[in-house]
Design a protein around this ligand. Structure first.
Ligand code: ZN
Length: 200
């Protein structure tokens, strides 16, 4: 199983980090060990002092595919939820400044959180996340630069999709830091899909 992540898929978020709006999807991977397993608690990593949440819609692949067409792409997805692409922003800034790969900032153990799965649906999808019961991020598929169809077609040119693979589809504006003791809660269409406590 692999985790494929999309960067800069909402114009407002690209702008808030001072990045260009991309012409093609920005793609990076996390290993399977990055996924927080059900029942495990999340701990603030020792190697960062600027842990940022990025709430994202996450798709789960249901069947094998390669070079799939955009018109057929949603047939390869069996479930959707909201998750967090955790980022050690200080580590990422140092790596980006040197033009180095991002993995130490984004692909570490427990850097990928997923909520409860819901059946895949067609039409616009709305999601949000709260920090300590205050809304911090809100997104909608209609605000994405690249649609699910376009992302799946593009990704499968480079990477075979296999059942169980996860696709993090990018974060809207509003990313920010969290500290030990914070509680993050994700919502898909207003329904709670995860509650995450940040432990020391
Ligand atoms: Zn992200």
């Amino acid at each position: 199983m692999k985790i494929i992540c999309v960067g800069r898929n909402y114009a407002a978020h690209a702008r808030e980090l001072g990045n260009e709006v991309p012409e093609d999807p920005v793609i990076f991977l996390k290993p399977s060990t990055a996924l927080l397993q059900e029942g495990d608690s999340f701990h603030y990593p020792s190697f960062t002092s600027d842990l940022h949440y990025e709430a994202e819609l996450v798709l789960r692949i249901g069947k094998k595919g390669r070079n799939i067409s955009a018109s057929d792409a949603l047939h390869y997805v069996d479930a959707i939820t909201v998750g967090i692409d955790f980022t050690a922003r200080d580590v990422q800034a140092a790596l980006k400044a040197k033009g180095l790969p991002w993995e130490k900032a984004k692909a570490w153990d427990q850097a990928a959180i997923v909520g409860n799965w819901h059946p895949m649906r067609t039409g616009p999808v709305h999601f949000s996340m709260t920090k300590n019961a205050t809304m911090v991020q809100e997104g909608d598929t209609e605000l994405m630069i690249f649609s699910f169809d376009h992302l799946l077609a593009h990704i499968s040119v480079f990477f075979s999709l296999e059942p169980g693979d996860l696709i993090f589809t990018g974060t809207p504006a509003g990313v920010g830091p969290c500290v030990t003791g914070d509680v993050l809660e994700g919502f898909l269409e207003g329904q709670s899909v995860f509650t995450l406590n940040i432990h020391a």
